[in-house]
Design a protein around this ligand. Structure first.
Ligand SMILES: Nc1ncnc2c1ncn2[C@@H]1O[C@H](COP(=O)(O)OP(=O)(O)OP(=O)(O)O)[C@@H](O)[C@H]1O
Ligand SMILES: [Mg+2]
Length: 303
């Protein structure tokens, strides 16, 4: 649904996005993760035809950026870093205005649909200026969706929100998932990326990595098994180490951390061997690093 090839944007001498090559499938929630100034917003602005790429190519739903810009604008919705609503217009009129701008067939039905979906129907006649940040953000997302775009771009949808408002917005994005819409989400929030996104691209001017959250972790750290025993003997450590698929064993406070490419295959062997040696096995599970550790490690590598 989204394709870029060597997409590059410079501002003067400053390279903001450097040869970005990427594909996002239809229906996918794709997260673009990266520090301040990484080029996330610049990428979104190129893909939504707000600024022109310096070199390289991009297309949305088969439409070419730089050639089919009008058509692309009709097919994408965008939530920018600041919601930019009409403060003096009511929630209803804010949406109605955009619905008409986009030539939506039945504006009233569309406006009602989204105000209801976001829990704002009761407050439809209040002006946007009276809304809390979270409500404004929801209204801005509704506005981005009013013409039922194929692709929704969300640039930091929760970054200015308190935890409660962020959760409401995040849950709503989660609800959009599985409705067939492609979502391109820029975020700093690792937890958000992990929870919502099918795949994550890590950007720091260049694309450093792209994969599912789980695969990113594995690629960096390999897979590891944690086995907690009542008592560990050197013999047990050696025996586990001697198993074919085990690449590394570390011991600390009665816990063995075992590196193995295929934990499902190696777990029964490890447990059997340990029990043979008289071990009391208290706990066995696969070790997870979480996206934060993965992300920080990627940033270090890229530095
Ligand atoms: N209009 C502009 N003129 C000059 N430089 C720009 C412009 N827009 C962006 N840049 C530069 O391009 C780089 C990438 O900026 P961009 O806004 O895309 O980053 P970002 O990943 O969205 O960051 P943040 O997380 O802070 O929103 C930065 O160095 C920025 O200063
Ligand atoms: Mg940005």
């Amino acid at each position: 649904m989204i394709q870029t090839k060597e997409l590059t944007r410079t501002f003067g001498r400053n390279v903001a996005v450097d040869h970005l090559t990427l594909e996002v499938a239809e229906g996918e929630i794709f997260g673009l993760l990266g520090p301040n100034g990484a080029g996330k917003t610049t990428t979104v602005r190129m893909l939504t035809c707000l600024i022109a790429p310096t070199t390289g190519e991009a297309s949305i739903a088969g439409l070419r950026v730089g050639r089919d810009d009008m058509e692309i604008r009709r097919n994408v919705g965008i939530l920018t870093e600041s919601p930019g609503l009409y403060d003096k217009l009511s929630a209803y009129d804010n949406l109605d205005f955009y619905a008409r701008l986009y030539g939506v067939a039945d504006p009233a039905a569309q406006v009602e649909k989204y105000l209801t979906m976001l829990g704002l129907w009761e407050r439809r006649n209040e002006t946007a200026v009276t809304f809390s940040k979270g409500m404004k953000q929801k209204l801005a997302i509704a506005r981005a969706l009013i013409h039922e775009p194929k692709v929704l771009f969300l640039d930091e949808p929760t970054s200015a929100l308190d935890p409660e408002a962020a959760k409401i917005v995040r849950d709503f994005i989660g609800e959009l998932k599985g409705q067939g819409r492609t979502i391109f989400l820029c975020t700093h929030n690792l937890d958000e990326a992990q929870r919502l996104c099918d795949r994550i691209g890590v950007l720091k001017t260049r694309l450093i990595a792209v994969d599912t959250p789980a695969n990113l972790e594995r690629r960096l750290f390999g897979r590891r098994l944690l086995v907690r025993l009542r008592r560990v003997t050197p013999e047990m450590i050696n025996a586990v180490h001697a198993l074919d698929q085990v690449t590394e064993v570390e011991e600390k406070d009665g816990r063995l951390t075992i590196s193995a490419p295929d934990p499902e295959a190696v777990t029964p062997l490890v447990v059997r061997r340990l029990v043979q040696l008289g071990a009391d096995v208290l706990q066995v599970n696969e070790l997870e690093h979480g996206l934060e550790e993965t992300y920080l490690s990627l940033m270090k590598e890229a530095a």
